[in-house]
Design a protein around this ligand. Structure first.
Ligand code: UD1
Ligand code: MG
Length: 453
């Protein structure tokens, strides 16, 4: 961290009543990560210090902040009486800091690091206050950015305090503000609450700074970047924007998607070059797909590594601990959990592979089940390199099948199988020549007798 690194004050004290949720608003997720964590991750990419302002009885919010950025300082705003008061709650961090202060909202998760950088550049260019502005389709409810004849920012007017003329202004305050103000907390202390809502508005800092002969500037950004999440429909909207951005980034990095709008990514999904993804694929947390793999339609993947050149799906499910080496094939209706498949191994149809290890080039036949659970403990199934497991085999774990061994179809294997052996577990087949014709005749006679009655 350099001397010029900023302090981010992230406001998260709002109740978020419109979410109608027992969970604090900023802990709701998009792309598998809380709104708060998205904002903190973006802020920490700028290598700043972090202060998070939470409401009373919001320990979970502080805990989440610490989990994402352990060095984050948490402050409690006792009563929600305005954005300036919320920033003031972080006074100890502000006073201990000598550089710029940047205010972010924890419910505005889509802001990009580049945009924060542009705001910082405005400070470097001489502004004492830089406000991130945007032009929403409907400005109602937002603070308006009032400018003078030269286009310089002179004030921010909240909806309820604005004149008719000011309400016609399309340029609005996103809430993101950056300050390079000497004795910033002294300025904060001068903000009053003589306004329509009786709240302490951070936006009043602009007029106070200008009265102090300091300067204010506006940096504009796209409206999608500063959309706030207040309700579940806005949560879904933010999710859609995030997903669309992430897919475009992936495609630009060399990933093919036939129907990108049907592919759902997690914030940490990692996909290598020349991976092809068919429609309707869901990535949960912790997935890495290596170069050249092909993911056929309708796969559900979480906590898994898919090796280079592997082919999975359609309709395959990967649960945490699925580790596929290179060139592995997993086909339809196969579930893989906590199981490693070494290079070139195959399980192409209808199987459950749980808590196992499958050697290179082994072939697991249709309908194979790893019976891994006895109701109390989970046990391991190990299949050696090049082994062949016939269809409809139950492997009752703990169990080992040696390298190159064969297992006859339909077997219930309860004892280890040696390398190169054949294990077979089924009743001896009986055959009665001519039985079928006699049976048909007998049944036909019976049927005739019953319909004649
Ligand atoms: C604020 C801005 C407005 C801007 C709009 C953008 C002020 C006075 N107004 O208005 O100019 O156009 O955001 O969305 O700043 N918060 C606290 N404690 C409080 C009050 C708010 O932590 O006492 C937090 C909220 O959780 C939220 C953020 O600050 O994350 C903004 O608060 P909100 O009440 O939504 O402000 P707006 O009235 O929308
Ligand atoms: Mg708001």
């Amino acid at each position: 961290m350099t001397a010029s690194s900023p302090l981010f004050v992230v406001l998260a004290a709002g109740k978020g009543a419109r979410m109608k949720s027992a969970l604090p608003k900023v802990l709701h997720k998009i792309a598998g990560r809380s709104l708060l964590a998205h904002v903190l991750a973006t802020a920490s990419s700028a290598e700043g210090k972090l202060a998070v302002v939470v409401g009373p009885e919001m320990e979970a919010v502080g805990t989440e902040a610490k989990a994402v950025v352990p060095a984050a300082q948490i402050f409690v705003q006792v009563a929600q009486c305005g954005t300036a008061d919320a920033v003031k709650a972080a006074t100890p961090a502000i006073d201990a800091h000598s550089g710029d202060v940047i205010v972010l909202y924890a419910d505005t998760p889509l802001i990009r690091p580049e945009t924060i950088q542009r705001l910082r550049s405005a400070l470097d260019a001489g502004a004492n206050v830089a406000v991130l502005g945007f032009r929403p389709t409907d400005p109602t409810g937002y603070g308006r950015l009032v400018t003078d004849a030269q286009g310089r920012l002179t004030a921010i007017r909240e909806q309820n305090d604005a004149t008719e003329a000011e309400r016609k202004i399309g340029l609005c305050n996103s809430g993101v503000m950056a300050f390079r103000v000497p004795r910033f907390s002294e300025l904060l202390g001068r903000i009053g609450n003589a306004n329509a809502k009786g709240e302490y508005y951070l936006t009043d800092a602009v007029e106070l700074a200008i009265a102090d002969k300091l300067t204010a500037a506006v940096v504009e950004c796209d409206a999608t970047e500063v959309m706030g999440v207040n309700s579940r429909d806005q949560l879904a909207e933010a999710e859609a924007i995030w997903q669309s951005r992430a897919r475009i980034e992936l495609m630009r990095s060399g990933v093919t998607m036939i129907a990108p709008e049907t592919v759902w990514l997690n914030f940490d999904t990692r996909i290598g070059q020349d991976v092809a993804i068919e429609p309707n694929v869901v990535f949960g947390p912790g997935v890495t797909v290596e170069a050249g793999a092909k993911i056929l339609g309708f796969c559900h993947i979480e906590g898994a590594t898919i090796g280079a050149g592997s082919r999975i799906g359609p309709f395959a499910r990967f649960r945490p601990g699925a580790r596929l080496g290179p060139e592995v094939h997993i086909g339809n209706f196969v579930e893989v959990k906590n199981t490693t498949l070494e290079a070139g191994a195959k399980a192409n149809h209808l199987s459950y592979l749980g808590d196992g290890h499958i050697g290179a080039k082994a072939n697991v036949g249709a309908g194979t089940i790893f019976c891994n659970y006895d109701g109390f403990f989970k046990h391991k199934t190990e299949i050696g390199e090049g082994a062949f497991v016939g269809s409809n085999t139950s492997l009752v774990a703990p169990i080992k099948v040696g390298a190159g061994a064969y297992i006859g179809s339909g077997s219930v294997i309860t004892k280890d199988v040696g390398p190169g052996a054949l294990a077979l577990e089924r009743g001896t087949q009986e055959e009665r020549p001519g039985w079928a014709a006699k049976f048909r005749q007998m049944m036909a006679r019976r049927k005739a007798a019953s319909t004649n009655r």
